[in-house]
Write a new protein. Sequence first.
Length: 355
Amino acid sequence: MDIHTGDFDADEGSPSEDGSPGDLLEPQETGDLEESGLPDEELASPGLPLEGASAETSDLGMGAVQPVFAEGEFPALPVPGLPQQPAEKPEKKKLIKFFIRENQMKDLWRRASVAKENVDANINNPSTASQLLDRIKTARNELMAGEENYEVAERHINEVEYQIAFVQRVKGWSGSLGIGLFVYETVWGIVLLVFMFLVLGPAAFILPVEPESGGLSQEVVFLLGSMIWGGLGGVIGAWLSLVKHISKDQDFDRQHTLWYINSPVMGIGVGAVIYLILRAGLLSISGPTQGITSPLAIYLLAWLAGYQQNVFTSLVKRILKVFAIEEDGGESTAPQPVLPEPTTEEEAPLGAQQK
């Protein structure tokens, strides 16, 4: 069988002139494709990049492509089980740069150096000095870490400067007000002792006291003696407090001046109340049936109450319990009498009989 093969014309792209069906395979013109309205993606051949597409692609075969990331551009994937740290906003860094200047960092460093010199010159307590020097060291480390730690470093320096200023104020108050209060308490102590031994004399320590013509009775002598010893307790308590806060703790504050001024006067009043409590029998020292055999017990209790007001407060609370008076002004807590229950219906009150 003869097979006829026609020669294609290179110019026309069609079969030979013998009229073969090659005329049906003639492609359409380019203009017809553009008028068809199909997008370029549908017209592109598989595996061929479109015009204007990124050249950074890799051929996976079968016409598939994937983007290729440059080094350092591949996005970090979250690791399960590990906390994700939020990225610092660039706006925050701009604000830090705007508000915290280089001269502020230098000034804070200079303040740290001055504070260190003041600690060496003014702080006498080794423990306090060690704590302040540690704060200065922490502040400098925060400054060297960057301007974002400026506020933390400033807080440490402010606390050190406040402590140094307080110590300097305490020294000034101790040298002026503290010495004046010490002299004030000393004068009160001398006056009370002179009145005790020169005015009252041995009569304040002897039982019984027989009043002379125009002299003081036993009750008045013991009352005055109790008041004097209460005032002496207040004087000694103020002395010890001044020594403690000026010399030992070095935290004397002038806001407590009124307490130092009032301490001897309060002791005198407390001593008088102590004597009245003992004489009224509300509190017994020697026993429930024995009277006062020596005024020394009265004076000792008066001195303790003047030295420490908590002793006097405890005595007052005990007396309030004796009278069954509540401190909050409530009703009396004294036990109420209990009426005997009737044994028979005839003895029961009217209306209480069983139905």
